[in-house]
Design a protein around this ligand. Structure first.
Ligand SMILES: NC(=O)c1ccc[n+]([C@@H]2O[C@H](COP(=O)([O-])OP(=O)(O)OC[C@H]3O[C@@H](n4cnc5c(N)ncnc54)[C@H](O)[C@@H]3O)[C@@H](O)[C@H]2O)c1
Length: 428
């Protein structure tokens, strides 16, 4: 199949890097987004999200490559849908973006086209939701056009490299669709391309993230057990992991982001009778921010009125993505408990939480604190020198929820140091 023109719907963390990759491979690409601000900033040559290297490849794609932006799909050889798939408050999948993206393709869908859904989706979405919408065009899936599902499995912060190098799964509604998908992604993917059916590909993505969520849940439970039994969970995990068949993940303040904290619910919704473990793991991880609050209540002898500086709000280190972030949840819970919170998120300094002071600089964040609370292991925070920090803050208590700081260094600099899941980390 020849792909001269590809239309990508949704220009976020996934769609925009993919559009740039293709456009810089001398393919004409139309990038579509329903958000006028996204379109405007790209027309101005500005990338609206933080991802290392993306600004440069986007500039190249927009100025010298084949990337054009539009607010609606145009006729093309292939369409890639990369729109959000969040959940509602009741944890049910919100497929409205997928539906509206598929509906927008209908008027421009032509014989011989390929459509690929990349958005993480509940099992059977390609077959039971996208396919019937596209057939409103009067064309028949598998006969007149091809349809596949290909999940994105990249790591934020590494997206440009992983898009090219990662193994990619492509599930077709039939073999020809999977094969067409392979030819499309071969334009820029160097990793292995594995073909299967659409529903298996949907399951693969959900299983990967669910597996991680369940494994983090057990690490988080271990942190609570260690706290109760006077153990340092980080030391215990390190020792356990020396067993050749054990690989315990790291605990932390919870699980966030657009993927791992969301995707398991798609399986729970699809088959509640078969997923008690998956549901429980989600509940364990969702309760972890409250465990952080309990820790602070203990070390500060109550948080009411205490000035706490929360370092980091992103859902993980070195990214600007705050979606479903447990750090934000910790801050919300601390505010509810009466603490006086200042936040500092270097990747989104303007981000405002009600009732909280958002510091514009680290210096401003540190100045008035009683307690420093490390919520995200950003490189900038990991590399802080406690001896220098001690001169810029009156706080003498440091609480580390991500194992980002060295206990002995903070203690040597005069801090009472506490770490999540580490009951040995009392001040000397
Ligand atoms: N971000 C990640 O690291 C990651 C990793 C793997 C999978 N995914 C999955 O990929 C999908 C996309 O995620 P993302 O992080 O890129 O989302 P995002 O929110 O960063 O970007 C999605 C974009 O789609 C646009 N959009 C929404 N509806 C539209 C429509 N009908 N037509 C045109 N544009 C529309 C939005 O304005 C937004 O700019 C999701 O299903 C997500 O779960 C994301």
């Amino acid at each position: 199949m020849k792909f001269n023109h590809i239309c990508i719907i949704g220009l976020g963390y996934i769609g925009l890097p993919t559009a740039c990759m293709l456009a810089n491979k001398v393919v004409k690409v139309t990038g579509v987004d329903s958000n006028p601000d996204v379109i405007k900033s790209l027309i101005d040559g500005q990338v609206h999200i933080h991802e290392p290297g993306l600004q440069e490849v986007a500039e190249k794609a927009l100025h010298t490559g084949g990337l054009h932006v539009s607010d609606r799909p145009v006729e093309a050889d292939a369409f890639i849908i990369a729109v959000p798939t969040p959940f509602y408050d009741d944890k049910k999948a919100d497929l409205s973006y997928v539906r509206s993206a598929a509906e927008a393709i209908v008027p421009v869908l032509c014989k011989g086209n390929l459509v690929v859904l990349e958005s993480t989706s509940p099992p059977l979405t390609t077959q039971n939701i996208v396919l019937p919408i596209l057939e409103r065009s009067g064309l028949k899936a598998g006969e007149d056009f091809q349809l596949a599902y290909s999940p994105e499995r990249v790591l934020p912060g590494q997206i440009l490299r992983e898009l090219v190098e990662n193994a990619r799964v492509i599930g077709g509604i039939d073999e020809a669709s999977a094969q067409a998908g392979k030819e499309l992604y071969r334009i820029f993917v160097k990793g292995e391309i594995i073909l299967t059916d659409a529903t298996t590909a949907e399951m693969v993505k959900l299983m990967e993230n669910t597996c991680r969520d369940v494994n983090i849940a057990i690490a988080n439970e271990f942190s609570r057990l260690a706290d109760r039994f006077g153990v340092d969970v980080w030391e215990a995990i390190q020792i356990a992991n020396r067993h050749p068949r054990v690989k315990i993940l790291n605990p932390g303040p919870g699980v966030g982001g657009h993927c791992i904290s969301v995707d398991p619910w798609f399986l729970v919704e699809a088959a509640p009778d078969l997923t008690p473990l998956i549901r429980t793991a989600r509940e364990v991880n969702d309760a972890q921010p409250e465990f952080v609050v309990t820790l602070l209540e203990r070390v500060l002898h109550g948080v009411k009125g205490k000035k706490i500086t929360a370092l980091g709000l992103a859902f993980k280190q070195d990214v600007d993505d705050l979606r479903e972030s447990p750090a934000v949840e910790v801050v919300h819970n601390l505010v509810k408990a009466g603490a006086v919170i200042t936040t500092y998120e270097p990747f989104k300094t303007g981000f405002q939480i009600e009732g909280v002071t958002a510091a514009k600089s680290l210096e401003e964040a540190l100045a008035e604190a009683d307690c420093l609370l490390l919520l995200v292991g950003h490189t900038q925070f990991r590399s802080l020198l406690p001896s220098t920090i001690a001169k810029t803050t009156k706080a003498r208590i440091a609480v580390d929820t991500v194992n980002g700081w060295k206990k002995d260094e903070w203690q040597a600099a005069g801090f009472d140091f506490y770490r999540l899941g580490d009951r040995k980390s009392k001040p000397e």
